[in-house]
Design a protein around this ligand. Sequence first.
Ligand code: HEM
Length: 500
Amino acid sequence: YYVVQRAKHELAIRKIGGVRAPSLASNPLTAASWFFSAARAQIRNQLLEHYTSFYDVATPECPDCVEIQIMPRERYILTRDPDHIKAVLTTQFSDFGKGPRFHDLWRPFLGDSIFTTDGQLWHDSRSLIRPMFIKDRISDLETFEKGVSALLNKLPPSGQTVDIMDVLYRMTLDVTTEFLLGASVDSLSNPQSEFARAFNDVQRIQMMITTVGPFEAFLPRRRYNQGIQTIDRFMMPYIEQALALPQDELEKLSNSDRHFTFLHSIARYTRDRRVLRDQIVAVLLAGRDTTAATLSWAFYELSRYPDKFARLRSEVIGAVGRTRTPTYADLKDMAYLRHTLNETLRLYPAVPYNLRSALEDTTLPTTPGHPPISVVKGDIVIYSTLAMQRRRDLYPPASEKFEDPALFSPERWEGWTPKPWQYVPFNGGPRICVGQNFAMTEMAYCMVRILQKYDRLEYRGDWHAQRHEAEVVGKPSQGVKIALYEESTKVVGNPVSLGI
Ligand code: HEM
């Protein structure tokens, strides 16, 4: 059976007219050892180094793409090539999708939502969701103010250590639930919130289910199922409330900014409880950890560079002073703040590894003059924006104007624009992050409010222990322990410089 299936797959590769990518493993035995070493690297938070080392076997014709064949019809193509990312996300969009396997694995958690579907189902979800992300909705900053002021109240007195990552994760959960349902889970005040714990548990187990691939059936599901029940129990009363409103009431609400939520917005178009629940959980998943992790990395990097922190603060104070709440226009006008967030997302794109399944037989390009890589329907393409954005060869040589690309330097954005598809933290093409503007506004708002209050930052963690922990979202493995100083208090100690 194995030999026949393998021969069929081989034939399909030839029929497409291309070649295989350089091979990391070509049978179940070598592939198993590869899986084992990847799992070990992930547990040790060394996945980026491991992923980058794969390309040691690459060839000059195909320098940034390799493959692993596990079973005859189970092939993974791994890439950090911007042309491949472009092909998968836009130029050959219809050839690739989340695929049936991803859909089935994630269905208990995210149902048939925007995240798990392709084709018409995905398109319908996107149309349903998009109206809530137009500028007019996002420029209402009240929800962000509520979340950030609760966060500021939770920070300890000036100079005391806090894990800012922990409070940022709680704040973004509160802000996102407020935006979606009109009611915050209030995890800043109640860190042991049952919902927050269930949501974290389900995400962690879901990631494990996805990572272990063919062995997922052996994972226990009790905690996972219980977590999903807790999430649904929390959500259903809000959904029932929205459904109890007559259509004209919903339309009336949509014209007033206050009290109109994402749930109201989608309840105007569907009365299906399951659809409402699935889309809300999907957007919560997409919007919560991504912004919290990016803000955490931003504070981590700023704590290493007091001069950059001071420059950012002086931009903030110059624009809005020490107390005034910023407007949407204020946030858009702060260039150094934008460069700081761009630079953070360059070094730490929030979704570091992603995948697409081939929905048709297709190809991926190699260097000009060489045959393309054949991709057979069902093959999985794993692409890493993290590994791609860390490739030195995609940047200009380091100079006085352009800092070494391995280092954090918002200044580089003053005279440099990345080439298309070489910087895609929000992906691109038809499935580009629908919450990009929401995310940039929320993160900018949060940074401004914190920097208005504090004028110095000191890292209190262990520089050497900090690593990039890659689950669905990449976050600092050790949290981000810092001390924030209000004006007029003194700093102790000196930050150390160390690259990750
Ligand atoms: C730093 C912040 C964020 C980053 C870096 C980010 C990045 C991404 C990426 C890479 C994708 C593509 C995933 C895929 O197709 O496999 C995505 C999709 C998505 N994001 Fe974001 N995201 C961020 C924040 C947000 C926020 C705040 C929201 C909503 C409140 C959001 C909502 C979504 C949704 C709904 C999708 C699915 C789009 C689709 O499939 O059509 N994201 N995001």
